[in-house]
Design a protein around this ligand. Structure first.
Ligand code: ADP
Ligand code: MG
Length: 246
């Protein structure tokens, strides 16, 4: 069983008395250590899927298992703990705290973990700022850094809790192509060395091609599932069950 399993997950929102079917009958088994792209046009349901995997939103129907455990069976405290320790988040708009330095932003989620002492906290912050290449920038605040540097801080912050899954919602959408590619390459390198699973959404074709698994969503449903083999060849399976090779 994978690190995340979605079983017939549906999400319906009510908007002014109208039902919006954001996600429909979505089933997926996500492997440990994967580098998975969730692709699809704007409004297709990518953020809704990521928010449900990250336990910041609940399915209307179906269930989600994280490390084999049904998240709907957890108490509020257990869910908060799961979010704080096992899941890292990276957002399109970086979501750094503007009054904190790079160092303090990375340290912030660790302050919630009572079992991580001061010394370990300092070591982790230094280590992950180093991983993302920002050791020299640790005293800078977000407004003293470029977009790419801010996203690097956000990556270090997500990794600091040493999660098994990092969720990244269009992490390159606010970056120019070159910076976006560098961010993806950094995520890929961390994925390979630390074996952290990365699940990221995108509607950028170049970004998708860097994944080793691809799920394409259209109108809340899985349209295509793709897998890149060790020779870099993609194998696709579409929703009708036909397979083709490109
Ligand atoms: P994407 O991330 O692919 O752009 P979203 O998951 O944000 O797509 O949205 C999928 C659909 O669900 C859209 O039609 C969107 O308008 C709708 N939706 C998302 N969040 C909400 C919400 N909180 N309330 C009502 N409708 C929503
Ligand atoms: Mg979105």
């Amino acid at each position: 069983m994978g690190v995340v399993v979605l079983e017939h997950v549906t999400k319906t929102f009510l908007m002014g008395g109208q039902k919006v079917h954001a996600v429909r009958d979505f089933s997926l088994d996500i492997d440990h250590g994967v580098f998975l792209a969730i692709a699809g046009p704007s409004g297709s349901g990518k953020s809704t899927v990521l928010n449900m995997i990250g336990c910041i939103d609940n399915p209307s129907e179906g269930r989600i298992l994280i490390d084999g455990e049904d998240v709907s069976k957890k108490t509020a405290d257990q869910l908060a703990d799961l979010r704080a320790r096992r899941i890292g988040f990276i957002f399109q708009t970086f979501n750094l705290l503007p009054v904190l330095t790079a160092y303090e932003n990375v340290e912030y989620p660790l302050l919630q973990l009572s079992d991580v002492g001061r010394r370990e906290r300092r070591e982790r912050v230094e280590y992950f700022l180093n991983v993302v290449g920002l050791a020299q920038r640790k005293h800078n605040r977000p407004n003293q850094m470029s977009g790419g540097q801010r996203q690097r801080v956000a990556i270090a912050r997500a990794l600091a809790v040493q999660p098994s899954i990092v969720l990244a919602d269009e992490p390159t959408a606010n970056l120019d192509h070159k910076t976006g590619d560098a961010i993806l390459e950094l995520m890929r390198e961390i994925n390979r060395t630390l074996k952290t699973a990365f699940i990221f959404s995108t509607h950028d074709k170049r970004v998708m091609s860097m994944a080793d698994r691809l799920v394409r969503i259209e109108d809340g449903r899985i349209a295509i599932i793709g897998e890149q083999d060790t020779n870099g060849k993609w194998h696709f399976q579409n929703l009708h069950g036909h397979t083709r090779q490109d």
